[in-house]
Design a protein. Structure first.
Lengths: 199, 197
């Protein structure tokens, strides 16, 4: 077990975990992957609670577990940043805005849905979310896509999911097995041929 | 009280047995909630529509909607607690071990394959949202559908996205502020030129 498995968070940090995910929960329209750019910006660039590569690992694990992807991801980020209490803070933070909004909107959702100003605001938000997601792909991809093999995996996953609607769990499991095979068998063989000791 | 408990357990079941989250959960919601007589099929469709208009994950929105409708605020809290609890327990257990094993060599090899794939899946999510935003493709987005809808391109959305991208990528604007700014631009454009929005 590595030493930096979790951090001990001070009450002030726990409050900041809660407030950060509350803020994210309040503006994440569309759910699912849309939360990733938010987590990346808030938790890596601003607060430095977790590392860049952690985000992709957290998404992979969240995707493979039952339940809601965005909540699972917040649980893992919270755990990484502040242990079990940290995870509880981030979960409450990301869920509360939904509860507040929905318990208000449920009473008059037909009027809400028909309001043209809300429709216009949502149209603007959706366009902004596209920009958000594309810049997340660039930021997260930069440290990962370093050779043709990783580029091939990236493109294959993109096409399989977007064009052929392959289930995300299959992609996670498939790319994991492929990674193990390529790294452990193919690349190791290459190194053995060059008489480089492999540990 | 017993209805509250029953609701909580039903939502726990939904939370524990749905993989992938989001709209992949709709069939399970429909089966359980319509089956219990707590929601009509048409209301499930309404929740999907409301989820697209309100922040937060579909599962939490659906749980809060059904809970509020049945039992008011306490219903909303019990249902939401139920749908989230399995995630919290399972993910915490996995997180505990995952961050310990993350740096092992075999795990690193697995992650070496998974990381680019996850980046590709995020790209796919971006393309799906772009298909809806720029070309009005609400269901079944793929390259064929985009080519078919090229003539219907929504230049206003495309322009908002382009400006937002430059603001975020070049000038490091905060994503949270971006969402508010884009909502404001949408409302302003509608107020000035109702025809284009």
């Amino acid at each position: 077990m590595s030493e930096r498995k979790t951090r001990k968070a001070s009450p002030k940090e726990l409050l900041s975990l809660f407030l950060t995910t509350f803020k994210i929960g309040a503006v994440t329209f569309g759910g699912g992957y849309v939360i990733i750019p938010m987590l990346q910006r808030e938790f890596i660039e601003k607060h430095n609670y977790i590392e860049e590569k952690d985000i992709l690992d957290i998404v992979a694990v969240s995707q493979a577990l039952p339940g809601v992807l965005s909540i699972n991801a917040c649980i893992m980020v919270g755990y990484r940043a502040g242990g079990v209490i940290g995870a509880i803070c981030t979960t409450l933070g990301v869920v509360l805005p939904s509860i507040i909004t929905l318990s208000i909107v449920t009473g008059f959702y037909l009027e809400f849905a028909a309001n043209p100003y809300i429709a216009a605001a949502l149209k603007g938000i959706r366009a902004g979310v596209v920009a958000l997601m594309v810049s997340a792909v660039i930021n997260l991809g930069r440290p990962v896509l370093k050779n043709w093999m990783t580029w091939a995996i990236f493109l294959a996953a993109f096409v399989l999911v977007f064009q052929f609607s392959v289930h995300a769990i299959l992609i996670v499991v498939g790319s994991g097995v492929l990674g193990l095979f390529l790294k452990m068998v193919v690349l190791r063989k290459k190194e053995e041929n060059k008489d480089v000791p492999v540990d | 009280m017993s209805l509250l408990i029953e609701m909580m357990f039903t939502f726990m079941k939904i939370g524990a047995f749905s993989f992938g989250g989001g709209y992949a959960m709709i069939p399970l919601f429909q089966k359980e909630l319509v089956g219990h007589g707590w929601m009509l099929i048409s209301e499930v469709a309404d929740v999907v529509a409301i989820s697209e208009m309100t922040p937060g994950p579909f599962a939490v929105n659906a749980a809060t909607f059904a809970g509020t409708k049945m039992m008011g605020l306490s219903g909303a809290l019990f249902a939401t607690f139920g749908v989230v609890l399995p995630s919290v327990v399972i993910t915490l257990i996995v997180a505990r071990y995952f961050f310990g094993f993350q740096n092992k060599q075999s795990v690193q090899s697995v992650l070496w394959g998974i990381r680019p794939a996850v980046t590709g899946m995020i790209m796919a999510a971006a393309m799906t949202i772009a298909s809806a935003s720029f070309f009005g493709i609400q269901h079944g987005a793929n390259f064929g559908a985009i080519v078919g809808a090229l003539s219907k391109v929504d230049w206003v959305s495309l322009a908002i996205a382009a400006v937002a991208f430059v603001a975020m990528y070049k000038f490091k604007a905060s994503p949270v502020l971006m969402v508010f700014a884009c909502a404001g631009v949408g409302v302003l454009l509608y107020a000035l030129f109702p025809g284009i929005m």
